[in-house]
Design a protein around this ligand. Structure first.
Ligand SMILES: Nc1ncnc2c1ncn2[C@@H]1O[C@H](COP(=O)(O)OP(=O)(O)OP(=O)(O)O)[C@@H](O)[C@H]1O
Length: 256
């Protein structure tokens, strides 16, 4: 199907992934709609990162199909898809020996042949887009706060204007104010640019305020998916325990 007609940005069908004798994802199916922010929750060690890494081709699958923007993708890393998604890994994962500007320019250098002048302009535009200043571009990662590091990583993930953005626990390690600011930034950019977001998170505030839908991963499968208010009604034991456990109840009460 041509990209313009694909209803789903990501379509995962009957996916099986494992390591040795361990099966992590067991006939898992999941559709991510175009232009939505989908949050993925699941137990620690339940396979959230494995699912994300399999979708982007970093982990081979045993069986099942994966479609990105209506096109099937291969079982291993597919370089031609580099401009289709941007990724923000949990720790930001910036190159410590490169300046902020060089980090943001990295995907441009890898995938396009642009003049240095144009790359500088793009890098500054991307930094401003994520709320940083042009002069921050000359700093090194060690000179940045946690919130700034995430923003630089986001600017780098969006350098090639990808239609899909993968976020792996984007607010982990941030204080509540910085986390809230980062959530708002994601929401604003998504509304403005219209990309699709696939976000792994444990952050109840992010799930409630940013995600259009939330998917719950348990026993290697998606056991519930829908807007947060529907997930809160789910009868699945793990989903109930997750959202109605003592800690979640306390937070939800505080968020009211
Ligand atoms: N490269 C690998 N080789 C072998 N086992 C792996 C590999 N990557 C992940 N696993 C295993 O797959 C399972 C799922 O791991 P995964 O990192 O996806 O969990 P997660 O849901 O992201 O957890 P967390 O919320 O703690 O980050 C774990 O048992 C883990 O040990």
């Amino acid at each position: 199907m041509p990209e313009a007609q694909a209803e789903f940005a990501i379509g995962v069908h009957d996916l099986v992934v494992g390591f040795g004798r361990q099966t992590v994802l067991d006939h898992l199916s999941l559709d991510v709609r175009r232009g939505e922010i989908l949050g993925l929750v699941g137990a620690s060690g339940g396979g959230k990162s494995v699912l994300m890494r399999t979708i982007i081709g970093l982990i081979p699958r045993r069986s099942g199909t994966i479609e990105i923007m209506g096109r099937p993708i291969g079982g291993t890393h597919d370089q031609s898809r580099a401009a289709t998604w941007g990724i923000l890994f949990q720790q930001g994962a910036l190159f410590s020996s490169l300046t902020v500007k060089q980090n943001v320019q990295f995907p441009l250098r890898e995938n396009l042949a642009l003049s240095q002048e144009l790359m500088d302009e793009i890098a500054i535009a991307k930094l401003e887009m994520v709320g940083l200043r042009a002069q921050d571009g000359d700093k090194y990662p060690s000179e940045l706060s946690g919130g700034m590091t995430k923003r630089v990583a986001l600017a780098r993930a969006l350098a090639l204007d990808p239609p899909i953005l993968f976020l792996d626990e984007p607010t982990s390690g941030l204080d509540p104010i910085a986390a809230g600011d980062f959530d708002s930034l994601i929401r604003t950019l998504q509304k403005t640019l219209g990309f699709t977001v696939f976000m792994v998170t444990h952050d109840l505030a992010s799930l409630t305020t940013v995600c259009d839908r939330v998917a719950a991963l348990a026993d290697g499968k998606i056991v519930a998916i829908g807007p947060m208010r529907e997930l809160l009604q789910s009868e699945h034991p793990w989903v109930r325990a997750y959202f109605h456990g003592k800690r979640s109840q306390m937070l939800q009460h505080e968020m009211r």
